[in-house]
Write a protein that binds this ligand. Sequence first.
Ligand SMILES: Nc1ncnc2c1ncn2[C@@H]1O[C@H](COP(=O)(O)OP(=O)(O)OP(=O)(O)O)[C@@H](O)[C@H]1O
Length: 315
Amino acid sequence: IEPISTSIAVGMAVALTGFLASYQNILNYFHECCRPEWISLNRTGLQRDLKTKLFGQHIASRIVLKAVSGFMANKNPKKPLVLSLHGWTGTGKNFVSQLIAENIYKKGMDSSFVHFFTAQHHFPNSNQIETYKSQLKRWIKGSVTNCARSMFIFDEMDKMHPGLIDSIKPFLDYYEKLDGVSYQKAIFIFLSNAGGESIIETALNFWRAGRDREEIELKDLETALSLSVFNNKKSGFWHTSLIDKHLVDFFVPFLPLEYRHVVQCVLAEMKAKNLKPKKSVAEQVARDLVYSPKSERAFAVKGCKTIGSKLDYYM
Ligand SMILES: Nc1ncnc2c1ncn2[C@@H]1O[C@H](COP(=O)(O)OP(=O)(O)OP(=O)(O)O)[C@@H](O)[C@H]1O
């Protein structure tokens, strides 16, 4: 072996390795991949967003921050994080999922590791359940194989076929590995209106008693989120099966929104649209919404849901 050519060959190999490593680094820098540079919790960011962007949801805010930061700080979770978000329409369930995604994934909801399903859009035909089941299972397995820190959001959970929910149950469980894949670092978020009416009832009792909304505690809503409530035909079946096996880690109640929260939503929407926030216009928009019960006008029937489109009309 000739020493000079050997040194040149070794030198070239080292240089090539170095080049490939830096090329990989550059690639990772520009192209989303399953690494901490792209996926890691910004706890301060999540805390700030929940405090400043989410209105009227002190309980949800607290639970979500604790649940997500505890889970993400755990290097070896025993099971995936499963959150079940409940409440009336337009109260912020999708919005909170978005805030979670934005503070974990650099690309937020646009991340290729965040998967969003909605019952009526993705699984519309009940006669195709078997196809949906195998597609969904394959999708979840493929995604988690690709990246353990994947997030799955299921909207309109109360409209999902029970068979489909059954098919995802194994992924939520305490298995170390399922067919060679570990799901323990994934996050599953279920959104539904189930329990919404009972949450409103509790909030209304506080309102009528002239008590501060912030005084409402999770334990006050426990009945609303209890099995007995979910156990009705309309919204119950899926929950029973998940609760029975203790697969849901946190039930997160969303309170109905009041006039003052709607005003905050309108002002936030103005800011988002680069419009100069005008309180008088925000109050006008909020005043023109429908509230329930009619006599007391306690809670906005559609929460903050239609604000975006309404604002165009008022400005
Ligand atoms: N509590 C809130 N704080 C701030 N903004 C809110 C809140 N609730 C709703 N919004 C605004 O209204 C929009 C619609 O709300 P969102 O989609 O989160 O409602 P939802 O609870 O998921 O309703 P649904 O049950 O009908 O799906 C959000 O994108 C956000 O801009």
